[in-house]
Design a protein around this ligand. Structure first.
Ligand code: BG6
Length: 490
């Protein structure tokens, strides 16, 4: 519709998120002709920039191919820049004048405000947007990024503030894990098949582990990270969201409200996480390796001396409802570990009535989120060949082998497109957020008040051994007898 226009304002246009994620994502969507043709992108920040200067900053992150030069110039013709402060009305009035100008003569003008801003200017900016920048000829939507507060109180303050300005159905809280292929796949895997439904409960499932591992430290990002720590950075949001999708009942439909209602029900059945069910770690340098691995968390000059912020955490959590009572849902995440990997591992109970002298291992369904997306089931087969012995093997759906020609979009591409089309399914609702903080606030406060010291672990290791112990004690049976190995795409 040529008489419809969408104006996307990126607040914090000169910042890291805009540079590394938002502009590159918008470019990819533009290049693939996925965003509405009539979209104009207006950057807003305090820095003294022009579109050309902004382009110079973001282009290195756009992964441009040689033959894309013309197209990228076209893309930047859709970009504008407005300089202004966040805490004064003047900039927002100027911005609004610019937006009105761009929308002149159009029947419908939508406004999408992307707040890629640090918490310190968040309140002022959102208030100024509401006062001076709302459009009246189309929809207004607001995209916000974490951190959504630091605990229940600060998050509630932020949520109440936002709720006083914008209706919930215009707010898009990003948890980028919800935009990932395999996270979205959980819904279809679980509810589009018959084989998993009947065994998806405490009678057949022994434990669930949701893991996030990164081989890099927080070097250079210590300023932000130290204030938040791994629990707030990854566990309270990304891992908990995945937990909800694994544990929830089938929603009445796939509409966003039905789905989010089910997620909230899971969270409401969870008690706050306890310190006694948690292992905390902090990485230290490994003198035996070259490069970054030599440096521990505390060696980062942006980290305060003697900081006790955890960079690793394992928590055993429980969902006290009819389906899951007694089944541990183990959340494990850490920086500076031995590999990059995120997965959901569902371990089933032992096959009852054993006739194989205890030689069978438990089945596992593994959803590998990244890298190398896959769904595989570990199972027992008769050893191939003459033998009649049980043997461990797998049913394996590795995406790189099965879907060779499918381009996997980045999580942000999917999510930003969802905002354009008004689909809130993969965004976090305010009540979900409040529940997530209820579950994590007590332990976070306790760690801070009692100054709980994290256990040191070496850069590049599997994390503290105590984590393996707590996982084992909770009922997860790890036998190193068999490892799923992938040659392709690794
Ligand atoms: C972010 C965290 O939300 O997620 C980072 O702040 C983390 O610390 C990142 O590295 C992980 O995202 P991904 O998509 O690389 O798994």
């Amino acid at each position: 519709n040529t008489s419809e226009l969408t104006l996307l304002v990126v607040f914090g246009a000169s910042g890291d998120l805009a540079k590394k994620k938002i502009y590159p994502t918008l470019w990819h969507l533009y290049k693939d002709e996925l965003i509405p043709k009539n979209t104009q992108i207006i950057g807003y920040a305090r820095s003294d920039l022009t579109v050309d200067k902004l382009r110079a900053k973001v282009e290195p992150f756009m992964k441009l191919k040689d033959d894309e030069k013309t197209k990228v110039s076209e893309f930047f013709k859709h970009c504008y820049y407005v300089k202004g402060p966040y805490n004064e009305q003047s900039g927002f009035i100027k911005l609004n004048t610019e937006l009105d100008k761009l929308g002149q003569g159009k029947d419908a003008v939508n406004r999408l405000f992307y707040l890629a801003l640090p918490p310190s200017v968040f309140m002022d900016s959102s208030e100024n947007i509401k006062k001076y920048c709302m459009g009246s000829k189309g929809w207004n939507r607001v995209v916000i990024e974490k951190p959504f507060g630091k605990d229940s109180d600060s998050s509630a303050e932020l949520s109440n503030h936002l709720a006083s300005l914008f209706p919930e159905d215009s707010m898009y809280r990003i948890d980028h894990y919800l935009g990932k292929e395999m996270v979205q796949n959980l819904m279809v895997l679980r509810f589009g098949n018959r084989i998993f439904g009947p065994v998806w409960c405490r009678e057949s499932i022994k434990s669930v582990i949701i893991t996030f591992k990164e081989p890099i430290g927080t070097y250079g990002r210590g300023g932000y990270f130290d204030e938040y720590g791994i629990i707030r950075d990854v566990m309270q949001n990304h891992l908990l969201q995945v937990l909800c999708l694994v544990a929830m009942e089938k929603p009445a439909s796939k509409r966003s409200e039905d789905l989010r209602n089910e997620k909230v029900k899971v969270l409401k059945s969870m008690s706050p996480i306890e310190l006694k069910n948690t292992v905390l770690g902090q990485y230290v340098g490994n003198p035996d390796v070259e490069g970054d691995g030599k440096f521990g968390y505390l060696d980062d000059p942006t980290v305060p001396k003697g900081s006790i912020t955890p960079t690793f955490a394992t928590s055993v959590t429980y969902i006290r409802n009819e389906k899951w009572d007694g089944v541990p849902f183990i959340l494990k995440c850490g920086k500076a570990l031995n590999e990059r990997k995120a997965e959901v591992r569902i371990q089933f109970t032992d096959a009852p009535g054993d006739i194989f002298e205890g030689r069978c291992k438990r089945n596992e369904l593994v959803v590998r989120l990244q890298p190398n997306e896959a769904v595989y089931v570990k199972l027992m087969i008769k050893e191939a060949g003459m033998s009649f012995e049980p043997n461990e093997s797998e049913l394996d759906l590795t995406y790189a082998e099965r879907y060779t020609h499918v381009k996997m979009p980045d999580a942000y591409e999917r999510l930003i497109l969802d905002v354009f089309s008004g689909n809130q399914t993969h965004f976090v609702r305010s009540d979900e957020l409040a529940e997530a903080w209820r579950i994590f606030t007590p332990i976070l406060h306790r760690i801070e008040k009692e100054k709980i010291k994290p256990i040191p672990y070496k850069f590049g290791s599997r994390g503290p051994e105590e984590s393996d112990t707590i996982i084992k004690d909770s009922g997860y049976d790890y036998s190193a007898t068999y490892k799923w190995e992938k040659k392709a795409g690794k």
